[in-house]
Design a protein around this ligand. Structure first.
Ligand SMILES: [Zn+2]
Length: 444
């Protein structure tokens, strides 16, 4: 079946940055088969978008869906204080709560135009089985693509780590469960709806052994590899004390850096760190709202881009960015870059590119992130006749600069996930009600 989305301003995010003022996108069997301007091809179904803006679906490269259960806590805390306050609450997570949290977080992201979500789950209380399976079920239900990760922590407080001892696991169990999830959930081919990444949590919650074993496992299975890195000055000091070097030097020493790796935050990078990221092909998940919320600083995005480093955007967990809205973080990335390096530091188009092509590159996906023949038909449709875009001569810059906006339509693999600003395959009110019931167990 062919479907033509027509009468739109189409921002393709291809290499040349092609934008089509009288644009259309032809979709066939879930894939973009043609994109053009003016004269339209015949199609089984024609949808008139009445002057709306069409962009690729946004790509979120760092998140912790479970944290929707614990919002607005530790409100004036830095990262380590915030973590110490929240770990005991997170120890209550089970599959039922994770499912409610994932549905809420994924619904929020879908309504912000996000079609692909990477989730970094690293809290596995003893006896709480089926957490990643619950996330995958929620993603399939809503229709959003999920890159799930079997995260991990094995360095408890009694061994010099940050998390409480009852939240850390044995390396062998972690690695075995990771392999199980890959065999049960991972779709290796282009167009994957659910895939798996390997993601030990951070240098201050994971042993050197598990960092090394995780990288070996990911490389044996051909999976992407992820961790938190260089988020705060406290983490920097911690690494210097424990390992005698900076976080990036530590990862380099472990043989971690490479084109299959991306790291979240990367706020505190030296010139040499940036060069090492560039020469090894290591990517960065830039999470501006979360970094500002925790007072961590912000990543040197202009410098990273100028050095050729892959950069995507992440909303990060909903306990350090209470809003799971990726378009809002596109705008935040622009504002933060300009606050740091001046008015020309990041254009609206560059910011949107971070949230689409950049995110796809960071996740190692060449099947999403732009609207070109052969790519997955992941499209976000944004109304341009809303109050906030009145008078905006340039629809793309208007969208970014006046964000956030609720997406009008979202297609994932050609399937409709949002229409008229409403979820098609799930009920927003029911998701919020069920989430409130589960979240009650995480208070106090
Ligand atoms: Zn994070």
């Amino acid at each position: 079946m062919t479907r033509l989305l027509a009468g739109a301003y189409v921002a393709t995010m291809d290499d040349a940055g092609t934008e089509l003022a009288n644009g259309w996108v032809l979709v066939e069997d879930g894939v973009v088969s043609a994109v053009g301007d003016g004269q339209e091809p015949d199609a089984g179904e024609r949808i008139d978008l009445a002057g709306a803006l069409v962009t690729p679906g946004l790509v979120n490269t760092h998140h912790h869906l479970f944290q929707t259960l614990t919002r607005a806590r530790a409100q004036e805390a830095d990262l380590f204080t915030w973590l110490r306050e929240l770990y005991p609450l997170w120890a209550r997570i089970d599959a039922e709560a994770e499912y409610a949290a994932a549905r809420t977080g994924l619904a929020e992201l879908a309504l912000s135009g996000c079609s692909t979500v990477f989730d970094h789950h690293y809290v596995f209380p003893r006896g709480a089985d089926g957490l990643i399976d619950a996330e995958a079920a929620a993603a399939r239900e809503l229709g959003v693509r999920l890159v799930a990760s079997r995260g991990s922590m094995d360095l408890g407080v009694s061994d010099g780590g940050l998390p409480p001892d009852d939240l850390v696991e044995e390396p062998d169990a972690i690695l075995a469960d990771s392999e199980r999830l890959v065999s049960e959930l991972h779709e290796p081919d282009p167009g994957a709806r659910v895939s798996i990444a390997i993601a030990p949590c951070s240098p201050f919650s994971v042993t050197r052994l598990l960092m090394e074993e995780s990288a070996a496992l990911a490389r044996r299975l051909g999976l992407p590899l992820h961790t938190h890195l260089a988020e705060t000055v406290e983490e920097d000091a911690y690494c210097r004390e424990l390992y005698g070097c900076t976080p990036v030097e530590y990862l380099t020493d472990l043989g971690w850096l490479g084109p299959d790796v991306w790291c979240a935050h990367c706020v505190h990078l030296s010139e040499r760190d940036v060069a090492d990221f560039a020469s090894t092909g290591t990517g960065v998940a830039h999470c501006p709202t979360s970094n500002l919320r925790l007072g961590a600083g912000f990543a040197p995005v202009r410098r990273l881009l100028d050095s050729g480093v892959r950069v995507g955007l992440g909303v990060d967990g909903s306990a350090s960015n209470e809003r799971g809205d990726l378009l809002f973080d596109v705008k935040q990335a622009l504002l933060v870059a300009r606050g740091r390096d001046g008015a020309t530091a990041l254009s609206a188009r560059e910011a949107l590119r971070l949230g689409t092509r950049g995110g796809a590159a960071v996740l190692g996906r060449d099947d999403i992130g732009s609207l070109e023949p052969g790519k997955q038909a992941d499209l976000a449709v944004w109304r341009t006749d809303v109050l906030e875009l009145g008078g905006a001569e340039d629809p793309l810059a208007g969208l970014v600069l006046s964000a956030p906006h609720r997406v009008d339509r979202l297609y994932v693999g050609g399937e409709e996930v949002v229409r008229g600003g409403t979820l098609v395959r799930a009920d927003e009110g029911e998701i919020a009600r069920e989430h409130r019931v589960q979240a009650r167990r995480f208070t106090g």
